[in-house]
Design a protein around this ligand. Structure first.
Ligand SMILES: Nc1ncnc2c1ncn2[C@@H]1O[C@H](COP(=O)(O)OP(=O)(O)OP(=O)(O)O)[C@@H](O)[C@H]1O
Length: 260
């Protein structure tokens, strides 16, 4: 039984913008999947239907045998912007990941359970920030903040981890560090992960499997060996290919040529 399946999912916004067009795939438990595609291809929409924030117009999303209807607490999210509370410590920020599971009133009164506190410290350890647990989030580097964001998602004890362009705002070294920690966290917990990335070289380094989306359609589904430069060009430039010969091995284009 797959951990995640999309069955003929179509999402139409406003009656005429087809963001996802009859997309189907299955992801086995523990797989680390990278979503590639130009700007406007439908990557964020795919992540949003996976966590139930957006309802498909047609089709079904199933996570651990249950159809997704509305936002699910067992789906953890890591965002491009980390959305941390900058005045609070890394530890307190990680703890907020437990909010969706525990009683909100209790959490607001900072009566977090011992279990949540232990989970927050374990998650900070997983992302290499145990020694910085007491540090104010606002004083951390961009990469460290993103790692706290990952820890917060882990505290939620999700069945599925989704990351929407988690390293877009980071320099290449920090981006690789963050991806390394995310991959290790996923491996340690056998956590199914779907991350959208714009940096093809980073995607190639960390992904087990790659889904290529273009104009709302799933046009590629394969492993690292299958992800040739021709395939990358087809994902970003379409059937006409990359006529200007830009090198996508190191970076994706600033923006794709998909309709927006
Ligand atoms: N809430 C919305 N209302 C109307 N149209 C939307 C909405 N969200 C996305 N779209 C449209 O759906 C299409 C897919 O957008 P989506 O944000 O999923 O693409 P993306 O691949 O994540 O792009 P990017 O890499 O720029 O974030 C685009 O044409 C976009 O303009």
């Amino acid at each position: 039984m797959p951990a995640v399946s999309l069955e003929n999912v179509t999402k139409v916004y406003g009656g005429d913008t087809v963001a996802l067009d009859d997309v189907s795939f299955e992801i086995p438990e523990g797989e680390f999947v990278v979503l590639l595609g130009p700007s406007g291809a439908g990557k964020s929409t795919m992540l949003r239907v996976l966590n139930g924030l957006t309802q498909p117009t047609e089709g079904e999303v199933i996570i651990n045998e249950k159809p997704v209807r509305g936002e699910r607490s067992e789906v953890g999210m890591v965002f491009q912007m980390h959305y941390l509370i900058e005045s609070m410590s890394a530890f307190k920020n990680a703890l907020t990941g437990g909010l969706s599971r525990s009683n909100v009133a209790q959490s607001l009164l900072t009566m977090n359970s011992e279990e949540d506190k232990r989970a927050a410290l374990e998650a900070l350890d997983t992302v290499g920030l145990l020694d910085e647990a007491g540090q104010r989030a606002g004083s951390m580097s961009g990469g460290q903040k993103q790692r706290v964001g990952i820890a917060r998602a882990l505290v939620q004890q999700p069945d599925l981890l989704l990351a929407d362009e988690p390293v877009s705002s980071l320099d290449p070294k920090a981006a690789k560090d963050v991806m390394r920690y995310m991959k290790e966290a996923a491996k340690e917990r056998d956590l199914t992960t779907v991350a959208s990335l714009h940096q093809v070289n980073i995607a190639r380094e960390f992904g087990d499997r790659f889904l290529g989306v273009r104009d709302g359609e799933l046009i590629f589904d394969g492993d690292r060996e299958d992800l040739t430069m021709d395939v990358v060009d087809r994902i970003y430039y379409g059937e006409e290919g990359n006529e200007e010969g830009q090198n996508l091995a190191t970076t994706a284009p600033e923006r794709g040529d998909a309709d927006e």
